[in-house]
Structures are given as C-alpha cells and as structure tokens.
Design a protein around this ligand. Structure first.
Ligand code: HAM
Length: 420
C-alpha cells in the first residue's frame, strides 16, 4: 500500500531544515535579548476556546478549523493559532500574579483548512510572541522593533511594516455603526461575501480582495477619523517611538485583520516581492480584552505571529550554504582491518565532540574521497593497510588540501590541534 501526505501538508527535509533550525535559533537568541521566555502550548484545545477568542463569524472559525469529537465526546480543535492557548494558559497558571509584564513566545504547527496554494498550507508553522499585562504603547513599539531586528538578522529585505489602529471598546462600536450606514448604500455593488460581512463583521469589508469592492472601500469612512482621544494618542506614541529608532512603517487604513480579538494597534509585515499573493509574513497587534473575556483579570496584551514557510522561502540559498552540520572528520578505510578500526575510531572521535562520518560499505579511495567531498567534511582521516601496520594515520585537510601523519597513540590530541 502506498500512502501519500495530506493535501496542504508538507515534509521539511534535510537540505531545507537547516534554514528552519537557523531561523529558530535566531528567534531564541533575539527574543531572549528582549526578556521573552518560551512557552510550549498544546496542539489541541477545547473548541470553545478558539470559537470564543478568534470569533464565531471569522473565516477561521466558520470554515477552517479541524474539529472533532474525541472518544469521550469532547469537542476538540487542532489549534489554528497560538494566542488563544497562551491566554488560556496565562489565566490557568495565574501568570498575572507576578505583577510585571509577562513575555512569552512559542513556535510550532498550526492547522487551518484553507485552500492550499503557494505560501498557504493546512499545516503551517508559526513563531509567535505575546507580551501580556501592559496597555503602554511603548510595548507595541518595542515588540514590533524586536520583530524587525529579527528579520534584519535573517537578512530579509524589501519588507513593509504596515500599521493601523482598530480602536477600542469605547470608540469602535460607534465606528462600526457609521461604517454599516455607509456600506448599506453600496450593498448591491459589493460581492456576496461583503454582503454577509456587512451584517456580521462590517470592518472586514475594508480588506476585501475583490477589486471593485476595494474601490468602494476607498470611499468608506475610515476608522482613524473615529478613534477616541486615548486611542489616537496611543497610536501617535507608537509612531513617534518607531520614528525615534528609525524603524520604517506605513499607515494602512484598510488593515483590519481576520481575527476578532484585536484592539488598537494592529499590524502586518508584507514582503514586497517573492511571495505572490500570500505576501503577509507576520500579523499581530493589541488584544486588550481577551484575557478578561476568559474571566482573567484586566490584562492588555500585544503580540504577533510569523508564518515560517513564507519567511523561510525568502531566505536566499547562498545565505545558508554553511548552515548545515558539516562533518569535522570523515574516516576513510581501505580493507577489512581498517574498516573495523574505523568503527572504533569514529566512536572515540564522536565521544570527543566531533561530528564524524565514516564509510560503512568500503569502496575505493577515490569513491570514498568523493563521498567526503559531497558531505563537505573538513578533514578526512585515512586508514589503509599500511597505516594500520605502521600505526600512523593520515589526516587530510579538505579545505587547504595539505595532509599530515599522526600517530595512533596521540590521535585525539593531534586532531584537536589541527581542528582548532
Ligand atoms: P494570523 O495573521 O492569522 O495571526 O497569522 C500570522 C501569520 O501566519 C500570517 O501572517 C502568515 O504568515 C501565517 N499564516 C497564516 N495562515 C497560514 C497558512 N494557511 N499557511 C501558511 N502560513 C499561514 C495569528 O495567527 C495571530 N495569532 C497572531 C497574533 C499573535 N496576534 C497577537 N498575537
């Protein structure tokens, strides 16, 4: 029986995984510089957690969740994103007790039943960050600048940070009504989706991808003209702080995000080239009332999540040439006696911390050298019949080409001196 992988799901193989590992290690390092700690959240949760947080009328909840009943009849969903779980965990473990900002990050797979296409998968990976416990707009600016530092460390160029403010529970309801009043006059021209959105989630009309609807959206009232004073001041502070450290951004009045929990500053990072239509590599923003919605204490939060497949696909090939683990030593053996000795030697060398490959099947000197080359081994340790007899092995530097003889008895010390 031959079984293939599920549509929209892919393996990440050696050759590509090095990029992922590199990106993940940079995330661990850079996020730690800003005081973030890793959290590992479950892959599945009760369905009601996602329904309530992401929003009943969002595409994710209406059409994209992998939901099933487990054997005890509980409604379970494979996580479509991480924020809801972090909020659940924050409350469950009373992380608010510390009194200071709780700074968490996570990485791992998310699941959405979307139509697969380039850059869009049904199992995809995110690196997410959540800063919990402060409404200070300095948090927004600091977390976004950390994100940009991370992208810069990877060497990504031609990205655009787009920001908007979605208002708060004081000013958004009023804007929603104003917007609905205006959309009402255009219902006949708007697409079927937007006709539904008009009733349930009118802000989503603003980021409809249908060209005609976009033109109509250009003339709809903008949220920036309906923000309360606090939201307006906060948004100005975020911009001033980004300006003060020279982080470029653009204002996007139509950025509304596809999840319902957002308030105030919301943002996306889009790639200007290289990703086609699925060009958002990161999205996030404030969600100031989500913790309270789940009966936690008032806890304003700010966070983001990066789509790893999209991010990794932007990393140029030459950037990662030397990222993979190169063997330090390839043990080449000629003849049965040498092959047995190479088993022991590889064991000793690995115990000393080196990355070691050896030939298992035998072969000529030439074919084994070819393999060592292919693996990009730094050194080759050559064991032929003569070397076994004399107890002096040959160490060949594959980068410089020169070779030296080293005695069996002081093998480790000699190799250490050469591999510095
Ligand atoms: P999101 O915008 O739904 O936000 O997802 C964040 C990123 O995940 C997107 O910008 C995109 O790069 C990637 N992504 C989403 N869906 C797919 C897919 N089907 N295939 C490949 N990549 C995808 C969130 O998930 C929020 N939880 C972010 C957040 C954290 N907000 C506050 N804290």
């Amino acid at each position: 029986m031959r079984v293939k992988s599920i549509k929209g799901v892919k393996d990440i193989l050696p050759g590509e995984i090095e990029k992922w590992q590199w990106v993940e290690s940079l995330a661990h390092r850079i996020f730690a510089q800003y005081g973030f700690k890793e959290i590992r959240i479950p892959i599945f949760e009760y369905t009601k957690l996602f329904k309530r947080s992401i929003g009943e009328t969002t595409d994710i909840v209406e059409k994209e969740m992998y939901t099933f009943q487990d054997r005890s009849g509980d409604e379970i969903t494979l996580r479509p994103e991480g924020t809801a779980s972090v909020v659940r965990s924050y409350i469950e473990h009373k992380m608010y007790g510390s009194g200071s900002l709780v700074k968490l990050y996570y990485m791992g797979p998310m699941f959405r039943y979307e139509r697969p296409q380039a850059g869009r998968f049904r199992q995809f990976y995110q690196i997410g960050v959540e800063a919990m416990g402060s409404a200070n707009p300095a948090v927004d600016a600091e977390v976004m600048s950390m994100l940009i530092e991370f992208f810069t460390a990877i060497g990504l160029q031609d990205l655009e940070l787009q920001i908007n403010s979605l208002g708060c529970s004081d000013c958004r309801p009023n804007y929603r009504e104003v917007l609905k009043g205006s959309i009402k006059n255009h219902l006949a021209e708007l697409c079927a989706n937007c006709n539904q959105r008009y009733q349930r989630n009118p802000l989503r009309v603003l980021d409809c991808k249908v060209e005609r609807d976009r033109e109509i959206a250009r003339n709809l009232p903008r949220i920036k003209d309906h923000l309360c004073q606090t939201c307006r001041d906060d948004f100005s502070t975020v911009q001033a702080l980004l300006d003060s450290i020279g982080t470029p951004y653009s204002l996007n009045d139509y950025l509304v995000r596809g999840l319902d929990y957002y308030t105030r500053t919301s943002f996306e990072v889009v790639a200007r080239q290289g990703l086609g239509s699925q060009n958002a590599i990161c999205g996030g923003g404030r969600y100031d009332s989500l913790v309270e919605d789940f009966e936690g204490p008032p806890t304003p939060c700010f966070g983001f999540a990066i789509g790893l497949e999209r991010l990794v696909s932007l990393i140029p090939e030459d950037k990662i040439k030397n990222l993979g683990t190169r063997p330090d030593i390839y043990v080449l053996s000629l003849g049965e006696e040498a092959r047995q000795e190479s088993f022991k030697l590889a064991h000793i060398l690995r115990k000393n911390g080196w990355v070691v490959e050896r030939e298992l099947a035998g072969g000529t000197m030439k074919s084994q050298m070819r393999k060592a080359n292919k693996l990009a081994s730094r050194f080759v340790l050559i064991l032929g019949e003569n070397e076994i007899k004399s107890g002096r092995y040959i160490l060949k530097n594959m980068d410089g080409g020169e070779q030296v003889e080293i005695p069996r008895d002081s093998l480790v010390a000699e190799i250490r001196a050469h591999l510095q």
